[in-house]
Write a protein that binds this ligand. Sequence first.
Ligand code: PSV
Ligand code: MN
Length: 414
Amino acid sequence: MNNSAALEVLVDSLAGEGIDVEFVKQQLRAQHIETPSWGYANSGTRFKTFPHPGAARTTREKIDDAAMVHQMTGIASSVALHIPWDKPPDNDYVALRQYAQAQGITLGAINPNVFQDEIYKFGSLGNPSAGTRELALDHILECCEIMTRTDSDSLSLWFADGTNYAGQDSLRARKRRFEENLKVIYENLPANGRMLIEYKFFEPAFYSTDVPDWGTSYAFSIKLGDRAQVLVDLGHHAQGVNIEQIVAFLLDEGNLGGFHFNNRKYADDDLIVGSVNPYELFLIYNELTDAAQSDDEPARATAERVAYMIDQSHNVEGKLASMILSVVNCQEAYAKSLIVPRAKWRAAQANGDVIAAHQVLNDAFRTDVRPLLRQVRTEMGVPADPLAAYRASGYEAKIAAERGTAQQAGGYQS
Ligand code: PSV
Ligand code: MN
């Protein structure tokens, strides 16, 4: 069956379920996924980082690659920066922003790095040394200033802080140090800025991490105020955790700030989102769509402002094709969530019809939405098949020839 015939069958069956296909298409056109600058350089894994031919060596090259992903997909118009990995030598962030604009994208969330330097051996904001806490705080405050110059509205905070042995430090004192310093950061956010607090239940510290779970991020953010919210990194959960339930809870509390998409099978953030468990990704999007389409406040307004970001550093599978596939997987999961017949679903739930309610979701998940996505992409002026178009574009060979194979992870070089 060609695409138009497949599309006709799909549209007919969606119309039969009472789905407004034009509305679905409109929502899909408005979708946005931010990609990470660090995903375009040689990066990833705690063990060996395998250099990839053509991997970006400079921030400008990372921006070029992010722009290419946007050209192929039409929904990845911003790139997150990691500081100091993306620090320009002359600190000219305005020039960097203009460079991104010239490539057709914008600069997104600013990610401070308070984990790579020697001084952070015992942590950053939780460190027992006041001097080290101050250095970490200074770096994050500098990131707040950078937000103004890059025109970014999100400060994305992740801390490697924690302890490796029982008794190593006072758990309560570490909590207080965090609270105290987060407050200073909050007070220094730019006027339009918000703070996203990421959590991770283990690693690099293993006995305790200072922000181990969503409950801790949530408790910190409600103490701080409206402009602090929780960031859910899909990789940072134990295997059995129900992430969509966390998403639903945080939406209902008005406290879901954003996502770092990846896959938890690696126990961190290096694998392609949706590659292992596309059903989970669909269920997460289903909660977001459900909130966005409801009259419940603050869930509805919160869903509208969620920052969708990919946090992946591909190691063995190359850089851009894997990023494009990640964006497409998010697009597919979102499309499936948009075709859930919500009234029918609610009726089955209200009737206590467990199987029917479950089946409504499964039917949406099993629907092949690709004909619709091909149509939406064509209407948006991007390739109907982003991955195939990327492979045929010659970009991979071009960057490999121009850049060679860098042995190091790329920071900014002029
Ligand atoms: C840490 O594992 C993390 O998820 C944080 O978001 C970092 O900023 C990112 O990965 C890159 O190291
Ligand atoms: Mn992350």
